[in-house]
Design a binder for this molecule. Structure first.
Ligand SMILES: [Zn+2]
Ligand SMILES: [Zn+2]
Length: 158
């Protein structure tokens, strides 16, 4: 994982200063493993520096991307692009209910013949996304279903 020092060094190389705003935004990005959207990062920034604009947050994320410290994880749910802040190879588990996207450390299956099946294409990255229900959603959906099975007042009338 990139550290604040590495990112600061890279920024300097591009003639950019590690301003307090950038430090805050980069710190949030380096810490956050939830694949946040711009707005999720922005909300956390506002808690500390209410004067920072959403544009500054967006631009800083773009800067981080150009440094290779952040990449797009994809769009899942309605919130727009989710950002990947881990630079370790890993796979994903997406909860189809709450759209939480978590890193899961399992080996990526070999899929060697992709380039044969799709002639002319080239694979740049292999990342598996598993779709399911997170523990929290599974539990709440199961207890909802259990509640539905309980006899209703009408049902008890006979
Ligand atoms: Zn969930
Ligand atoms: Zn990830």
């Amino acid at each position: 994982m990139s550290s604040m020092e590495q990112v600061a060094e890279q920024l300097r190389g591009k003639g950019l200063k590690l301003t307090p705003q950038r430090r805050l935004i980069i710190g949030i990005l380096l810490e956050d493993r939830s694949h946040p959207t711009v707005d999720e990062v922005y909300r956390k920034v506002l808690e500390v520096m209410p004067e920072v604009s959403r544009t500054t947050v967006y631009n800083t994320i773009r800067e981080m991307m150009s440094l290779g410290a952040v990449e797009e994880a994809g769009r899942f749910g309605a919130g727009g692009i989710r950002y990947e802040t881990s630079d370790e190879p890993h796979n994903h588990f997406l909860c189809v209910n709450c759209k939480s996207l978590v890193d899961v450390d399992i080996p990526t299956p070999e899929v060697d013949d992709v380039e044969e099946r799709l002639p002319g294409c080239v694979v740049l990255q292999r990342r598996l996304t598993l779709y399911g229900l997170c523990a929290k959603c599974r539990e709440s959906l199961e207890s909802e279903r259990a509640a539905e099975r309980l006899p209703t007042v009408e049902g008890l009338g006979e």
